[in-house]
Design a protein around this ligand. Structure first.
Ligand SMILES: [Zn+2]
Length: 422
């Protein structure tokens, strides 16, 4: 621009205009720094409420402090950096834990993108009139204590009953793990008072192939699938595998196998639904004994509540029918049921505009995985999500994402924050 004289414009008087733009190099650096905590090669093991997770929170806290935030930790060990003063805030972020031998980007990249969005806004000298909080949620994966989305559930008042008493394999409870970190041990105290959060926006890798296949870097999430987790128990009769004729058996495993296939068929028959049996155990568990009891897990997900309910209803009737025909007893215990969480309509529109400002024509995508965002939305906080293209699946060391895509997400998020808070 130097030397170009525009008629009527004095370059000395033209104010500096800084573009809001996320920086891929900074994103890559921060993502790599987080990946080193609990990392080995491209694998990361940073379980919820572990020392590794605490160190990741501390690192993110340092970044946020350097950008001018007031950083604190709530009673569920979530790290929160607040920009701006009093009043209700817009919360952005994701989680910092991983599964065992997971990847570098699930959760962590969302936090890095949120930090980068604040960095980009600061560099563009955007003045925020309303507060923004960047959060790193604790224990989203629920590997150690079996409660997924723990930190956000505590913050949004959606913890299951007696959550603090839940223990890991070594008998250490959540209460004890929190106390060991210098907290009170009561995660319910992390609950955010209603009316103090205006909106929650979570950037996250897609964890699936759809964006990579379509060659699009970003998407706006339209809804998060509903999930039902349950356990089916099938009781038959334990018998000698050699002396019991085929027509006289009550084989609990064979019945369970038929029920698993019924779930597969039922889910395949309904658009968008998926059904999985991932764990199965036969008792007594010996090769020469007809199994007397069999238990198996069920994981059913669907983008519409009606579809989810229908798959579960079909499964219930199949299980009853198969049990009756085979002379078995069967019961289904629902362990966890999370309703479908549609994302906020106005935030979806805002995020589409924001992605366009970052140069991306972002399509709508349904999230097949659960996310902290659903706790916010189900608690009545307007919620939106941006998906970042990723490769190599997820919950695996093959997980991969391009820092340039993440930087675009940061640009989009920064535009959204400017519109909500500046
Ligand atoms: Zn995640």
């Amino acid at each position: 621009m130097v030397g170009v004289a525009l008629p009527g414009v004095n370059p000395q008087l033209t104010p500096l205009i800084h573009k809001i733009v996320g920086d891929p190099a900074r994103v890559a650096r921060r993502a790599a720094a987080l990946a080193r905590i609990g990392g080995r090669g491209t694998a990361v093991t940073r379980l919820g409420l572990s020392d590794e997770e605490r160190r990741a929170h501390a690192l993110v806290g340092d970044w946020l402090r350097r950008l001018g935030a007031t950083v604190g930790r709530d009673e569920a060990a979530n790290v929160v950096g607040r920009f701006g003063g009093m009043g209700a805030s817009v919360v952005i972020g994701s989680h910092l834990d991983s599964v065992t031998e997971g990847g570098r980007y699930d959760g962590a990249l969302g936090v890095v993108v949120a930090v980068e969005a604040m960095d980009a806004l600061a560099r563009a000298r955007v003045r925020l009139r309303k507060p923004v909080e960047v959060v790193g949620w604790t224990d989203e994966e629920g590997v150690r204590f079996g409660i997924g989305l723990f930190g956000s559930a505590a913050a949004f008042g959606r913890l299951p009953p007696r959550a603090a008493g839940r223990a890991d394999r070594d008998g250490i409870s959540i209460r004890e793990a929190l106390r060991a970190m210098g907290l009170s041990g009561d995660p319910r105290k992390a609950r955010i008072r209603s009316g103090t959060v205006r909106a929650y926006i979570e950037p996250h890798i897609e964890q699936g192939p759809r964006l990579a296949d379509a060659r699009i870097p970003l998407a706006v999430v339209s809804s998060i699938v509903g999930i039902l987790h349950g356990r089916v128990t099938v009781r038959g009769r334990q018998d000698h595998a050699g002396t019991t004729p085929m027509g006289q058996r009550a084989d609990a495993f064979a019945g369970a196998a038929e029920m698993a296939l019924a779930l597969e068929r039922g889910a395949a028959a309904r658009a968008g639904a998926v059904g999985t049996v991932g764990e199965i155990a036969a008792r007594p568990g010996a090769k020469n004994v007809v199994p007397g009891e069999c238990t198996f897990s069920i994981d059913v997900r669907a983008p519409a509540q009606r579809t989810l309910d229908a798959v579960v209803r079909d499964l219930r009737s199949s299980v009853a029918r198969i049990a009756k025909r085979r002379g078995l007893e069967a019961s289904i215990d629902v362990l966890n049921a999370v309703p479908v969480a549609p994302m906020d309509r106005r935030l979806r529109a805002l995020l589409r505009r924001s992605c366009a400002a970052a140069g991306v024509d972002a399509p709508d995508l349904i999230s097949g995985a659960g996310h902290d965002a659903e706790n916010a939305q189900l608690a009545g906080v307007p919620t939106g999500m941006i998906f970042i293209r990723s490769r190599g699946g997820s919950h695996s060391p093959r997980e991969d994402a391009d820092p340039r895509d993440a930087a675009r997400a940061a640009t989009a998020l920064a535009y959204a924050i400017r519109e909500l808070c500046a």
